[in-house]
Design a protein around this ligand. Structure first.
Ligand SMILES: C[S@@+](CC[C@H](N)C(=O)[O-])C[C@H]1O[C@@H](n2cnc3c(N)ncnc32)[C@H](O)[C@@H]1O
Length: 155
C-alpha cells in the first residue's frame, strides 16, 4: 500500500531489532522507526490518521495500557481510526483453552502482563473519545478491534 506512510515505533528493549528489520525494508513509505514507550508524557509523533498496535496490550502492564489510551487520545486526529490486534477475554472468561494456557505462561514471566477484558478496554476507549466500530474475529482466537475517534473534540 504505497499510498500509506507507516511510521513504526517501539520501546527500548525491542527497538534495535525493529531498526534492523526496517533497514532491510527500505521504502519512502516506511520512514525510520521512532523510539516510543507508551508511558512517555510526550509521544514523538504528530496527529495521525490511523494508529495500529499488535500483540502489545497483553504484554504491557495495565498501567501502561491506560497510558497507551491517553497517548492515542492525544495523537489521533478527530475521526481517526485506531486498531488493536490480539487476544481478549469476554465477560471475564478466556475464549479458548489455548488463550488460557498462553495467559498462564505470560504471568509466569511477568505478573503484570495478561489478556485484557474487552469490557475494560471499551471503557478506557470511551474515556479517550474512541468508539468501537467493529470487533472482528481473527485466526487463532485473536481479535481486531476497530475504534474511531469522535469527530468533535470533547471540551
Ligand atoms: C509480543 S511483542 C509484539 C511485536 C509486534 N507488534 C508483533 O505483533 O509481532 C510485544 C511488543 O510490545 C511492546 N511494548 C511492551 N511494552 C511497551 C511500552 N510500554 N511501550 C511501547 N511498546 C511496548 C514491546 O516492545 C514489543 O514490541
Amino acid at each position: 500500500m504505497p499510498h500509506l506512510t507507516w511510521q513504526t515505533t517501539d520501546q527500548g528493549d525491542y527497538f534495535p531489532q525493529l531498526k534492523v528489520l526496517m533497514e532491510k525494508q527500505r521504502s519512502t513509505c516506511l520512514p525510520a522507526p521512532l523510539l516510543l514507550d507508551v508511558n512517555q508524557p510526550v509521544w514523538p509523533i504528530r496527529q495521525c490518521e490511523f494508529i495500529f498496535t499488535a500483540n502489545t496490550l497483553h504484554i504491557m502492564s495495565w498501567q501502561s495500557v491506560k497510558k497507551l489510551f491517553n497517548g492515542i487520545q492525544r495523537s489521533l486526529q478527530p475521526a481517526g481510526d485506531f486498531c488493536i490486534y490480539g487476544p481478549f477475554n469476554y465477560a471475564g472468561k478466556y475464549t479458548s483453552s489455548s488463550n488460557e494456557a498462553f495467559a498462564m505462561r505470560l504471568k509466569e514471566n511477568n505478573p503484570s502482563s495478561g489478556i485484557r477484558d474487552i469490557e475494560k478496554i471499551i471503557s478506557l476507549a470511551d474515556g479517550a473519545e474512541l468508539e468501537l466500530i467493529v470487533d472482528y474475529a481473527m485466526p487463532a482466537n485473536n481479535r481486531l478491534l476497530h475504534f474511531r475517534k469522535n469527530s468533535v473534540q470533547a471540551l
